[in-house]
Every structure is written in C-alpha cells, then in structure tokens.
Design a protein around this ligand. Structure first.
Ligand SMILES: [Cu+2]
Length: 476
C-alpha cells in the first residue's frame, strides 16, 4: 500500500516537473545595457532578425504614424490608420533587459492625434499617457523590457475602439536571454475585424461603421489588414523539412480568434504569447489584444491554410491565408487519394441545398435589374465557394472570373447551377474534381445570378434569360 502511494507520488511529481519546463523568472531590472542600436522594423508578414546572443542594449525605435487609403478587398477602399504604414504595424523585436527609447512621430498630413499602448511596457497605460502626439509632432519615452513574450501594441486615443478598428495595432516581441530556439522561417500574422458602411464586398471607399462595431458585427475578419494579404502572390512559402514559426497576434477590436492551420499540427505553442509552452496543438485561442507564438515542421508538400476556425469568418469574411510548401512527397506521412470510386447513395451523388429566397425574389426585367438582383443572389449562394470576386480557391473551387469553361457554353453553365456538378473539369488550364451542390433557385434567380457572373470579372457579358433556363430545365 505504502509502496503504491510512493509510486503514484513519484510519477505525479515527475510529470509535474516535465510540464513546467524550466521556467526561471529573471529580474530583468538588474540587466545592464551595453551600447545602443537602432531597432530594425518590418512590415508584415516579415519579422526582424533574431536577437541571438546579443547583450541587452539601448534600442532606439523610430515609429511613424501614417493615415492612408488602402484596399480591404478587390475594389473596396478603406482609410487605414497605421503604425509605420502597414496593418498590422511594424514588428518590433527586442530582448529581455533592453531599454527601449521610443520615438513616436505623427505625420503632419494626418488628421488626428494618436498614441501607443505597448503591452510589453510596465508603466501607466503601457506608455499611452507619455506618448500622446498631435499631427506634425514627435514624442519620446523610454522603458525597460522586464518580461519576455510576444505582446500586442495599439493606439489608445479616444475613441479607442475606432483607432484599433482602423488598424492601429501591431506586435512587439521580447526574446529571452540568448534568443528563441532557431527555426528556418519566421512570419508575422495578425488578425483584425473591420466594420464598413457597406456590406462585405461593396465597392468604393467605405467609411468606418461605429454602429456595427458596437454590435460586434464585422463585415471583414482578415489577417494582415485586408483580404488576400496572404494568398496568391502574397502566400507564405516554405520547403519540406523546414520549421516555421508564426508570430500570431489579434488586434480585434472585438473578436477572439480560433487560430488554426489546416493540414498542420503546432509542435509548440507559447500559450497567450507567454512562457508556458504547450505541445501538439490543433487550434490555439488568440484573444483580442493577445498573441501566441506557434511553430511546426512541414513534412509534406501542398498548401497549408491559415484560418480563424470560427469558419464562416474564413470563407465569408476573409480570414484566410496560405503557406505553399514545396518539396518531395512523403507517401508514408500522407498518401494522397488512394482510390476514388463513384458512390451512389439513394438520390444520386449531388445533394440539394435548401433555399429560402425563392418565394420572395422580385422580378428583374432589364439587364441592369438582372445584374443587381444577380449580385445579391451571388452573395447569398455562390460566394461561399467561388469567393467574393469569383477567383475560387485553388484545388477546391474553380474560378468564375475570366473562366474559359463558363464562357464557352452558356447552356452548360445553366445546367451546372440547376443540377449541380461533379466529375473532372478543366477551368483555365487547371483540373478540378469536386462536387458543386445543386442550387434550388427559380428560373429567374438562375438567369439573374448567371447574368451577373457573365457581366463581371472579365467574362463574356452574356445575358441569361429565364426562358433560357426554362429550356435547359425541361430538357429530359
Ligand atoms: Cu490612433
């Protein structure tokens, strides 16, 4: 009995030690600085060079606040307020014991005063009070970094929520003595939610919408300030065998992020950006005004998808990024599809989507009405898969923008929307082999949505009428 007790006690203490790693609190206030240097600042998705084994220094940060127009999504303009000209703002990399001399400059062309609250600062308002700066002014304040970890900084000028919602946030990293363990690639990814007067995708210059922000109903939830900041030519890259570290932040202002990378498992996560390291994690929670450091080794080639796993945000509001991994396959780790045979449950392979819009859709008669009506149908039914601007998703959903397949045969396109589609097709030279669900839409709705698709994104401008849809519907 006694033996068993000792055994249990011993194993509990053993596990206990193991989980606590070897965290030792250092009294950073006693660390002496040796010399000074200018901080390297980088725009996302890049980060400055690691601190390595450099001693603590006086680190001079020159940060300029710039208010400027940018693009939230294709054709959607937004006036961002930025730290250093980017959203999120410039990445600041320090080590424990550094004395940061912070120069905050408010560009003379800016309209508003701003300041900065750095969560890495021990002191009133994280520096906010001492850093309040009017347009055309520069303020200076200093602080010693006492705690290691990854910290958010943000503007804290009233109305605070609005300054953050316009993009005024970024990350400051405090590395431990000797630096973080080396990895092959490091990237900077920060989520934010945005509130525009127009609905998601509505073009033109979009002012900030305070009412939506108060209700916490964003039109956009994105990484690095805009949709597409980490896709297409902006996708992150890696090679098989490399270890990747992501410095992940969440500026909010409102939403909490369920940060996940589809196709990977985080080997290590600095939980909440602090010193506790968790291992083998699928999704890590990044609170508004919080951060996490995740790393993983990429073992097989392909596209990893960075998402907020509150997944409608990803497929409907923009929080989607890619890491394109190149290199050799490893069939032991991942086989790829080993067989694909036709599976016929009762009723066929194509499922039907329920649809409540059919009854109340108004009749469009002119081409302009058809396009307007079609646009709203697109936003309700097609958008989730083919994306806001019809570009589709690599390997999953074919593009409708400039689609040779679409433009080649209008009756075939009508049939696809009517009855769904499965089996291999080639669109703009790329193969797709997936399933499009049958859309339960009326003849009018199909005519309108297809007319809209044909009339936008460089397509053939073909008008589709209800009569044409009717003809295809009555075919066999
Ligand atoms: Cu501000």
């Amino acid at each position: 009995m006694k033996k068993i007790f000792i055994l249990i006690f011993a194993s509990v203490t053993f596990i206990g030690c193991k989980q606590n790693d070897e965290y030792k609190k250092v009294d950073a206030s006693q660390i002496k600085v040796e010399g000074s240097m200018n901080a390297e600042l980088t725009a996302p998705p890049f980060v400055p060079k690691p601190v390595g084994d450099r001693p603590a220094k006086k680190l001079i940060v020159n940060m300029e606040i710039i208010e400027k127009e940018g693009e939230m999504a294709d054709g959607v303009k937004y006036v961002y307020w930025t730290f250093g000209g980017s959203v999120p703002g410039s990445f600041i990399r320090t080590r424990i014991g550094d004395e940061v001399e912070f120069h905050l400059k408010n560009h003379p062309d800016n309209k508003l005063p701003h300041n900065i609250d750095l969560h890495a600062v021990t002191g009133p308002g994280g520096g906010a009070k001492s850093s309040f700066v009017a347009p055309g002014h520069e303020v200076t304040f200093s602080f010693k970094v006492l705690n290691q970890g990854l910290y958010v900084y943000h503007c804290a000028t009233a109305p605070v929520g609005m300054h953050i919602a316009n993009g005024m946030y970024g990350l400051i990293l405090v590395e431990p003595e000797g630096g973080l363990p080396p990895v092959d690639k490091e990237y900077y990814v920060m989520q934010g939610d945005f509130y525009t007067k127009g609905a998601n995708g509505e073009k033109g210059l979009q002012p900030f919408d305070m009412a939506k922000a108060v209700k916490e109903e964003p039109d956009y939830v994105v990484f690095n300030g805009k949709t597409g900041s980490l896709t297409g030519d902006n996708a992150l890259t890696a090679k098989v065998g490399e270890t990747i570290r992501l410095f992940v932040g969440n500026g909010g202002p409102n939403l909490v992020s369920s940060f996940h990378v589809i196709g990977e498992i985080f080997d290590n996560v600095h939980v909440e950006g602090g010193s506790l390291v968790n291992h083998d994690v699928q999704t890590t929670l990044v609170p508004a005004g919080g951060a996490a450091i995740v790393d993983f080794k990429v073992d097989v080639p392909g596209s990893l998808v960075i998402v907020d796993h509150s997944i409608f945000r990803t497929f409907n509001k923009g929080s989607l990024g890619l890491i394109n991994v190149s290199g050799d396959e490893n069939k032991t780790i991942y086989s790829g599809t080993q067989s694909d045979e036709v599976y016929h449950p009762e009723g066929g392979t194509i499922q039907t989507m329920p649809n409540e819009t059919s009854a109340k859709a108004p009749k469009a008669v002119t081409l302009v009405e058809r396009i307007a009506e079609g646009k709203s149908i697109y936003a309700k039914t097609c958008f989730a898969c083919h994306q806001a601007t019809g570009e589709g998703l690599p390997n999953a959903f074919p593009p409708l923008a400039k689609s040779d397949y679409l433009n080649a045969d209008v009756n075939r396109a009508i049939e696809i929307v009517l009855k769904g589609k499965t089996g291999e097709i080639v669109v703009n030279g790329k193969k797709y082999n997936s399933v499009m669900t049958a859309q339960t839409l009326t003849d009018d709705e199909i005519a309108n949505v297809l007319t809209y698709v044909y009339s936008t994104w460089g397509n053939s401008k073909k008008e589709v009428t209800p009569a044409m849809v009717k003809a295809v519907r009555s075919k066999k």
